[in-house]
Design a protein around this ligand. Structure first.
Ligand code: IPD
Ligand code: CA
Ligand code: CA
Length: 276
């Protein structure tokens, strides 16, 4: 398939927005009404009827407008041929744990990859009615106003965010050491509980940097292009090029990128962590 034109990107962005807002309506409707919450496998990895209903609404929008594109959806998996140049990576409810506890920090995240690179993203946080959007070369917005990353120059003046993957009890590479270390060196490290919003907050300057491991393409696709279009930088921990399949990300306002990377690559995991 041919390289997307500016007009294509605008159309894809509008479709991503329609899908994110449709999911948002469903998430709002179910919030606080859940009678059943299932665990998907690992302890704490939850799924609810809201995840599934929101995903169905997103799929309906994408398949109606763009039946020729492939989709990777968190709850239902692969739709179409994943080797397609255009692949949508969708998380109908990012922040399910927050949602299940009625903690208002969750979003629908809709990203489009072209040959593996994020080119369009829409993230809708219904609790705050925040709609973050971007497309390659077209800039990033929150609620249709342009956004930019922060001006914070140094790690010591920064506010960061991270997260802990569901395999945290099974591996010593669980980010606990990094969290302690960077809490010591900065104004603080938040744990938002929704990777897409963590990225969106870096994009709009509410946070200065974000790192995490163990993520999936649907957690990252939309947020990555929004950070990049807001003037931020996205790489692997060691500043090598970002690879969405790796599950690792370092996303910052650019200014603190090298300093944060230098710290991250040096930190050794805590040998063991057993709660007393
Ligand atoms: C999770 C959230 C969380 C991150 C986890 C993700 P989910 O997604 O983004 O912030 O730390 O690694 O899996 O399960 O709520 O869609
Ligand atoms: Ca997620
Ligand atoms: Ca999810």
């Amino acid at each position: 398939m041919s390289v997307p034109s500016t007009q294509d990107l605008q159309i894809f962005l509008d479709i991503a927005t329609e899908a994110a807002l449709a999911a948002g309506v469903i998430l709002k409707d179910y919030c606080g009404q859940l009678t059943q919450i299932e665990e998907k496998g690992r302890p704490g990895d939850l799924v609810t009827v809201a995840d599934k209903a929101a995903e169905a609404a997103i799929l309906q929008v994408l398949e109606r407008h763009l039946p020729e594109h492939a989709i990777l959806a968190e709850e239902s998996g692969q739709h179409g041929d994943l080797s397609n140049s255009y692949l949508w990576a969708i998380d109908p409810l990012d922040g399910t744990t927050n949602y299940a506890h009625q903690y208002p920090f969750f979003a629908a995240s809709i990203g489009l990859l072209y040959n593996g690179q994020p080119i369009v993203g829409a993230i809708y946080d219904p609790s705050h009615d925040d709609l973050f959007r971007a497309a390659k070369g077209l800039g990033a917005t929150c609620n249709r106003r342009p956004i930019q990353v922060s001006q914070t120059q140094t790690l010591k003046d920064s506010l960061l965010v991270t997260g802990f993957a569901y395999d945290r009890r099974e591996t010593i590479d669980n980010n606990y050491a990094e969290f302690c270390h960077l809490t010591h060196l900065t104004h603080g490290v938040r744990r938002g509980g929704a990777a897409s919003i963590d990225l969106a907050y870096v994009a709009c300057g509410r946070l200065d940097g974000y790192w995490e491991r163990g993520l999936s393409p649907w957690d990252l696709a939309a947020g990555v292009i929004i950070v990049e279009e807001a003037g931020g930088k996205v790489t692997a921990y060691d500043t090598s090029p970002f690879d969405i399949r790796s599950g690792h990300i370092l996303a910052t306002n650019n200014k603190i990128h090298q300093e944060l990377s230098d710290r991250l690559v040096k930190i050794q995991p805590l040998e063991q962590f057993e709660p007393v």
